[in-house]
Design a protein around this ligand. Structure first.
Ligand code: PLP
Length: 410
């Protein structure tokens, strides 16, 4: 570990998150819904407050000092994201409202090029954002949507993936990490296979980004999409990273101010990357907040973050082996962050409700993955998802509360 990095001390980390200091139902809040959204450290809250209280102005177009400073912070944020994910060039970082919009920008571009006979590959574990978008693009263009199956433990069937690739595969869209199962996909190997067939590759990084260590050059993909709010940043901001050679003539997404080169009453030409894909006033405070989140996260060694999250998951999995009546959903060998389960004989919604009454925040339901739940034959699951500030004591609290919940529902 480099000397410049901050030691990974969970108590010190927790102290930086004001929301974690509160009590719910007379008990300390146990926040285990990090796959839905992560909490924000003071550094992020402060960066947003500073922007609004020191230099609120529109970017790129002002002739005054506030606008210059807002533009400086805004564009510095792009540099930070570019270096965080090892982009080749800062112009490859496109600000979006989140993963969903990033995927839609790619779909909008590719749908205009798809034709009958072309194929798009997704997996059985997709979040709706990376399924419905492609399903609709295929319906519009006449291309076929191919679904790569998973094994019963939630791991991707990589042999089926290889078999489904063909010269007709135009795009492969894969999650880095499944939000419902926690499965970490071998995206580098899968990308290599897909590229050998000449396909474009999009990685849905909504869950992957929070665990650190994303290097788009190593992955070899064409696009990587993520949301700020899943990585300690604000809601309403996200990133589409795309290779400049692919994005530079990508069909424009929205039209309006900032994205043009020349405009007449009857025609317009488009600007260069990144502006050509960023129409209108961006979420300036959100972008600055996201960069502050990245500064905050990159104080730590990535391997320490991952080791902590894997230790929480391993501990929960061990406690589950001694807990009668719990069924784990998603037990792939490589998984992170997500502990999905059903309590036998109980509906996940009831489990979530009763845990909430004991100060424990989890998520229940289909996790925006209805087809995956159908594939697993489940109405939904209860999902505890872990982050850097969670503790082994919180995992104990979850299991104590689950015992009580089980008794109440019996
Ligand atoms: C795997 C995955 N993809 C996409 C999304 C959509 O992210 P957002 O709603 O921030 O656009 C999520 C959100 O939970 C997700 O977990």
């Amino acid at each position: 570990m480099s000397a410049a990095l901050r030691p990974f001390d969970v108590a010190a980390i927790r102290a930086e998150f004001p929301i974690l200091q509160q009590q719910l139902e007379g008990k300390p809040l146990v926040y285990l819904d990090n796959a839905a959204t992560t909490q924000k450290p003071m550094a992020v809250i402060q960066a947003i407050t500073d922007y609004y209280s020191q230099c609120n102005a529109n970017v790129h177009r002002g002739a005054h000092q506030l606008a210059d400073e807002a533009t400086r912070r805004f564009e510095l944020s792009r540099d930070k994201v570019a270096s965080f994910i090892q982009a080749y060039d800062r112009c490859e970082v496109i600000w979006t409202s989140g993963t969903t919009e990033a995927i839609n920008i790619v779909a909008n571009g590719i749908a205009q090029r798809l034709k009958p006979g072309d194929e798009v590959l997704v997996t059985e574990m997709e979040h709706h954002a990376n399924l419905v978008t492609w399903q609709q693009a295929c319906l519009r263009s006449g291309a076929s949507l191919k679904i790569v199956p998973i094994h019963d433990n939630g791991a991707l069937d990589t042999e089926a993936f290889a078999a489904l690739l063909s010269a007709n595969t135009r795009l492969v869209a894969l999650p880095h990490v499944s939000n419902a199962l926690g499965t970490v996909n071998p995206i580098q190997d899968l990308t290599r296979l897909a590229k050998a067939h000449g396909a474009l590759v999009l990685i849905d990084g909504a869950q992957g980004i929070a665990h650190g260590g994303v290097n788009v050059r190593e992955i070899g993909c064409d696009f990587y999409a993520f949301s700020g709010h899943k990585v300690f940043g604000p809601t309403g901001v996200g990133v589409l990273w795309g290779k400049a050679e692919v994005l530079q003539d990508w069909p424009v997404w929205q039209t309006g101010g900032e994205m043009i080169a020349q405009v007449t009453y009857h025609s317009a030409t488009w600007g260069e990357l990144p502006n050509r894909l960023e129409a209108g006033t961006p979420n300036i405070a959100g972008v600055i907040g996201l960069a502050a989140a990245i500064d905050w996260l990159t104080q730590f060694d990535v391997s320490a973050i991952q080791a902590h999250e894997r230790a929480l998951l391993a501990y929960a999995t061990t406690l589950a082996t001694d807990f009668e009546g719990i069924q784990l959903v998603g037990t792939a060998a490589d998984k992170i962050g997500v502990f999905s389960f059903v309590l036998q004989g109980s509906h996940p919604a009831d489990v979530g409700f009763l845990l909430d009454k004991q100060g424990i925040a989890i998520r229940t339901g289909s996790h925006c993955a209805q087809p995956l739940m159908q594939r697993l034959g489940l109405p939904g699951t209860a999902r505890a998802s872990f982050s850097v500030y969670n503790t082994l004591e919180e995992v104990d609290a979850l299991f104590r509360a689950l015992k009580k919940t089980q008794r109440m529902l019996a």
